[in-house]
Design a protein around this ligand. Structure first.
Ligand code: NAP
Ligand code: G4F
Length: 363
């Protein structure tokens, strides 16, 4: 019998990599998707039609849909990845963020319990380094105190504690992976890394003039999402349910990410000025390519995330530096350079076709 996994957030960056990973391990993979007016599921399109990949409509804000899917699928493992995952957006939609990222976790746990799966089903909760927020120690490990610093982080803090509570109160096998930032070619386009790699590719190909960013000095521990989903699985294969920090142990600034991404796109950036006046200038042409905009500053910003993955390395045998920072940035830029040239080629073909139709060359 194949093991059965249910993934919430299957259409997201991590959900898509995790689906591939579990299918390779012979799992039957079920995913929960939301109804949308545009049914375009780019990240998992290549998996649709796979005989062991199934999708179900549901929503983390809707207990009945969760009960229905969990009760019928009866999974051995649940990966709760669904969330309003954008920190800056959580300041604009704090109530929805709390409903999905906090109460949503409770809904999943209760659905498992009420469906009679409390003893058999293992649950992974997508916790986050944002819990450390206004950090109280550097680097951060499993014993570092939390200090959430955004509506997103406060909601995720509830998620973390309710998982711990269900583990202790009901003996359920549920755990948190406290994941530091992880990026990829599939990263949402408004997170800083993808925003930078796409802009670098567009600027290199004459499709954009300038990139506007917020806090360039913010520090992050960036890893590769494809490597991190393995750890989610390892956490659920463990003998005991425990929480783990998943990080690379290496820290860089947004400014450094930017310089490296532009380098791989063929431009060398030099930063001059400070604060809102700081600019990234192309050394060769002298053109300003990066500017700071107040639009991308947050009311409270987390500026010093740096994880210590020693526990995961020791107890789960996980390799935190499979993909280096340099390799990650290179992968993302190469992907976006191709994406932008494909877009240009498609536009050119469309323009040619329109011209031929107009001139009656084709009908
Ligand atoms: P993502 O790309 O933004 O994906 C989020 C997923 O959640 C999408 O599939 C989205 O569906 C789904 N979703 C949102 N609201 C939902 C709702 N009400 N009901 C059902 N599904 C809903 O995020 P990610 O980067 O893959 O991250 C996965 C999880 O890890 C999230 O919980 C995030 O908070 C957490 N996390 C991420 C990182 C990171 O660096 N990536 C680090 C730590 C923790 P749609 O496609 O329909 O929008
Ligand atoms: O890429 P970001 O938006 O990611 P952030 O806020 O760290 O959140 C991500 O990682 C968390 C794990 O720590 C996850 F829990 C969460 O779901 C999400 O995946 O911003 C990174 C840093 C911030 O300090 C931000 O202020 O980059 C800074 N930044 C500077 N300019 C910018 C920009 N961020 C964005 N999104 N856009 C900018 O223009």
């Amino acid at each position: 019998m194949n093991r059965i996994a249910l993934i919430t957030g299957v259409t997201g960056q991590d959900g898509s990599y995790l689906s591939e990973f579990l299918l390779e391990k012979d799992y039957e993979v079920h995913g929960i998707i939301r109804r949308s007016s545009v049914d375009y599921r780019e990240r998992i399109a290549h998996l649709e039609g796979h005989p062991r990949f199934h999708l179900h409509y549901g929503d983390l804000g809707d207990s009945m849909s969760l009960m229905s899917v969990i009760g019928s699928v009866r999974p051995d493992e649940i990966y709760n990845l669904a969330a309003q995952s954008h920190v800056q957006v959580s300041f604009d939609v704090p109530e929805n963020t709390a409903d999905i990222d906090a109460t949503g976790v409770l809904r999943v746990l209760e659905a498992v319990r009420l469906c009679g799966l409390g003893e058999s089903c293992r649950i992974y909760q997508a916790s986050t380094s944002e819990l450390y927020g206004k950090v109280e120690e550097v680097p951060q490990n499993e014993n570092t105190p939390f200090h959430p610093y955004s509506p997103y982080a406060v909601a995720k803090q509830y998620g973390f504690w309710i998982v711990k509570e269900y583990r202790e109160a009901y003996g359920m096998f549920c755990c948190s992976g406290i994941l530091f930032n992880h990026e990829s070619e599939r990263r949402g386009e408004t997170f800083v890394t993808r925003k930078i790699t796409l802009a670098a590719a567009r600027i290199a190909q004459g499709r954009q003039d300038r990139l506007y960013l917020g806090n360039l000095s913010s520090l992050r521990d960036w890893g590769y999402a494809r490597d991190y989903v393995e750890c989610m699985w390892l956490i659920l294969q463990n003998k005991k349910p425990e929480d783990y920090v998943i990080a690379t142990g290496v820290q860089h600034s947004v400014r450094e990410f930017c310089q490296l991404a532009f380098h791989y796109a063929g431009m060398e950036l030099e930063f001059t000025g400070e604060g809102m006046e700081e600019k990234g200038i192309d050394k060769k042409s002298g053109k300003v390519l990066v500017e700071v905009s107040p639009d991308f500053y947050r009311p409270t910003d987390v500026v010093n995330l740096w994880g210590d993955p020693s526990k995961a390395r020791k107890e789960l045998g996980w390799n935190p530096v499979k993909t280096s920072f340099e390799e990650l940035v290179r992968l993302m830029v190469e992907h976006d350079m191709k994406k932008v040239s494909m877009e240009r080629a498609k536009e050119q073909i469309r323009t040619n076709l329109e011209e031929y139709l107009e001139k009656g060359i084709i009908k």
